[in-house]
Write a protein that binds this ligand. Structure first.
Ligand SMILES: [Fe+2]
Ligand SMILES: [Fe+2]
Length: 217
């Protein structure tokens, strides 16, 4: 773990003790790499939440928790989904990468006894998105694309977008997801298409959530 990672983690957990407590609870479920990613997403979600006026506390908690079931075997994930009385669609059942958003939400409900719908939905929709995403859902979704551990062509440009124009970053992220899936000729989740169309067609939904201008800062 790098020095910067440690500094980020210390700052995050000092400011948000509840996120620290959740981090300790889920750490045994995750590989070291995934745990690091989760800390980074929480950190970035707080930064973005501050910029757009979303709840920073919830951003830290949803961020640290968002991938909590991602390293759990698929069959165990399905059992957790069932235990919570939740369901996967036919498309979701056919895409193991999508299990963890639903099974993670199930874990939050069943094991951590989290009832806050905003946090539950931020985890539930962090992978596919959905129409009408709340500010908290938007920041967790976007933080997942731009967290410090991410390293893909164009990530720096994406980071700049996320910091200045969350809507533009979401459009790029959703478009990338759809392109990536169609290139592989695998199904695209209808919520992803709905999210993409909604973000494009409803700029007004983002009007009060733009970054403050430089002058004001
Ligand atoms: Fe995820
Ligand atoms: Fe993630």
């Amino acid at each position: 773990m790098g020095k910067k990672d440690m500094e980020r983690e210390a700052r995050l957990f000092q400011r948000f003790p509840t996120a620290k407590a959740y981090g300790e609870k889920i750490r045994p479920l995750l590989s070291e790499k995934r745990y690091r990613h989760s800390v980074n997403v929480a950190y970035e979600a707080v930064v973005l939440a501050e910029r757009v006026g979303a709840d920073v506390q919830k951003a830290a908690e949803a961020g640290i928790l968002h991938d909590c079931m991602k390293d759990t075997p698929p069959l165990e994930q399905l059992a957790m989904v069932q235990r919570a009385g939740m369901h996967l669609t036919e498309l979701e059942l056919g895409a193991k990468k999508l299990y963890h958003a639903v099974s993670g939400t199930a874990y939050l409900k069943e094991v951590l006894h989290i009832t806050d719908p905003e946090i539950l939905n931020a985890v539930r929709y962090h992978t596919v998105g959905r129409e009408g995403m709340t500010p908290l859902e938007r920041v967790v979704f976007t933080a997942d694309f731009v967290s410090a551990d991410r390293d893909y062509p164009g990530v720096d440009r994406m980071r700049k977008k996320a910091e200045t124009d969350l809507r533009a970053a979401m459009i790029e992220g959703l478009a990338f997801t759809i392109q990536d899936l169609t290139k592989q000729e695998v199904p695209v989740h209808p919520d992803t298409v709905a999210a993409y169309n909604w973000v494009l067609m409803h700029p007004e939904a983002f009007e009060n959530t733009s970054a403050p201008s430089q002058e004001e800062g």
